[in-house]
Design a protein around this ligand. Structure first.
Ligand SMILES: Nc1nc2c(ncn2[C@@H]2O[C@H](COP(=O)(O)OP(=O)(O)O)[C@@H](O)[C@H]2O)c(=O)[nH]1
Ligand SMILES: [Mg+2]
Length: 502
């Protein structure tokens, strides 16, 4: 029991080796008995977690990573999850809640002083206020600590008193995981790949034109580098707007405070044997700097410390956008999920040093766009989309699951008669007009390969019609005391992700 609690929190500190060595010295210089045992215990703890120092005195913590591509629903998920953990009236599928073991849940200062705090209060205000609207989109990493006070269960439960578990929730863009593929690439091969991939794309026309006049061998000139990088970034934005997901380097889309810095002022160039001081050489150097100073630190300081992970996927959005977007989503998911099988990436294995994510949940979001009769099909689709990655993650020791959920339910269900048949619809308030409308998004196939295969084969549009989408605004809420915002299966997601630790 104690041991488990000790392993539960993984406080990574700098200078791991010095600390461990310090204990060795202490032992060697004659410290005996209890002190030596404690030192030995600390040392062993550090070894089992592969360099991550475990202090037996810190409080148990779970670091929960929440990721997904832009607009997958991360912000809404975290906002609703936290609100529903604080007001647990709708969390019946969370076993600790059902058993009445959660005494309290409250926000506390987060442990990482340099990471922006997740703006929970404002986001919750947006969706639950008098004029409900979706929260502003965020473009960077953020963190929130929710602490849970739990009444212990079991034989000795009454003797030990309540314990506290910290849930540190880390919100970060899935686009940043795509950058993992860059870590073991060099500039030349990366350029070659990117240029080949974007060749047929309409969105890259202006960038290709800019390349025509680029002169990679010419002396480096900052305005010229900036113009090329800007054209490349504009291409990435356009590609993402068109539904492509392979839009890396990730920070070009979400630059945060790196905007305008040299690490983000490069672009792929055709292969040359360019001399020192040339544009091509400087771009290659910046590509390396991007890897070393942007990508690596993210994996080392944030990704490597995650214990449990949820990957949110807007599969309905891709269905609506068509087969190309669906195929692109599938490929991006495979790339994103490569981060969870470190064996395939030497650099990442080095960074993780044996530490791995224990559980991964793949969740199709915005399931409130579908009548619940269709939810099993959405779940089957997300399962198929992530199949390969899930097989491998399981192999690497992580437990995985897939489900469909709505973090914030914006619709009600409705069966409508149409040509003598009942259509399972949902009804909500349209974001654009503020008017109520009913939506039948189309019948999802029972067998997900009916959409994944044509997508893989490059179909232009779905054969059996299309999938409709509408943007519903959050509904005005009158919450009963003790109830959080309405959701679909958020409690099941919570049960899978951290129910075993409550
Ligand atoms: N109907 C519905 N829409 C949602 C839900 N979650 C997210 N959305 C929509 O998806 C958009 C993007 O969500 P957000 O959480 O900001 O995505 P992020 O970019 O991954 O943080 C929101 O503005 C909503 O329009 C949900 O549970 N139900
Ligand atoms: Mg967000």
């Amino acid at each position: 029991m104690l041991n488990r609690a000790g392993l539960g929190q993984c406080t990574q500190t700098k200078g791991t080796t010095q600390q461990a060595a310090g204990h060795r010295v202490a032992r060697g210089s004659g410290v005996t008995g209890l002190a030596a045992d404690v030192a030995e215990g600390v040392l062993r703890g550090a070894e089992t977690l592969g360099g991550v120092v475990v202090s037996p005195f810190a409080e148990p913590t779970i670091r929960l990573g929440v990721t997904g591509l832009a607009r997958a629903g991360k912000t809404v998920f975290i906002t609703s999850l936290v609100a529903n953990l604080m007001q647990r009236g709708r969390m019946a599928q969370l076993s600790a809640e059902r058993d009445g073991r959660i005494e309290a849940a409250y926000l506390q200062p987060q442990p990482d002083d340099t990471v922006p705090r997740f703006d929970f209060e404002n986001h919750l205000g947006a969706v639950t206020g008098p004029e409900p609207h979706w929260p502003e989109s965020t473009r960077s990493i953020s963190e929130l600590r929710l602490s849970l006070r739990i009444r212990p269960s079991g034989l000795f439960g009454g003797l030990t008193g309540p314990r506290v578990l910290h849930l540190d929730i880390i919100d970060y863009p899935g686009e940043w995981l795509l950058d993992l593929a860059l870590l073991d690439r060099d500039y030349t091969s990366w350029s070659r790949d990117v240029l080949a991939r974007i060749e047929p794309r309409e969105e890259a026309k202006a960038f290709r034109a800019a390349l025509q006049t680029a002169e990679p061998e010419a002396r480096h000139d900052e305005p010229r580098a900036q113009a090329l990088a800007a054209a490349f970034a504009a291409y990435l934005q356009a590609a993402r707007a068109a539904g492509y997901s392979d839009c890396t380097p990730g920070r070009f889309l979400l630059p945060g405070d790196l905007a305008g810095s040299p690490v983000l002022t490069f672009a792929p160039l055709p292969e040359t044997s360019a001399p020192r001081g040339s544009l091509a050489r400087e771009m290659a150097r910046r590509f390396d700097a991007y890897k070393a100073q942007v990508v690596r630190p993210f994996f080392r300081d944030h990704f490597a410390r995650i214990d449990r992970q949820v990957v949110l996927v807007d599969a309905l959005g891709a269905l609506h956008a068509g087969p190309r977007a669906m195929e692109d989503l599938r490929r991006s998911m495979a790339d994103i999920l490569a981060a969870f099988r470190p064996g395939t990436n030497g650099v990442l294995s080095q960074i993780l040093r044996g530490k791995r994510v224990e559980k991964i949940l793949f969740a199709a979001t915005k399931a409130d766009h579908l009548h619940h009769l269709q939810h099993p099909r959405l779940t089957a689709l997300i399962e198929a989309l992530t199949q390969e990655a899930r097989d491998r993650a399981r192999f690497a020791g992580a437990e995985t699951a897939a489900l469909s959920l709505a973090s914030l339910r914006a619709t009600t269900e409705e069966l409508r008669m149409h040509d003598g048949a009942e259509l399972p619809c949902v009804r909500g308030i349209l974001e654009e007009t503020g008017r109520a409308a009913a939506l039948f998004p189309g019948r999802l196939p029972e067998d997900p390969s009916h959409v994944l295969t044509p997508a893989r084969q490059g179909a232009e549009r779905w054969l059996d019609g299309s999938y409709a989408a509408m943007r519903f605004a959050p509904q005005p809420l009158t919450l009963k005391s003790g109830d959080g915002p309405p959701h679909i299966r958020l409690d099941r997601a919570a049960e899978f992700l951290f129910g075993d630790r409550l």
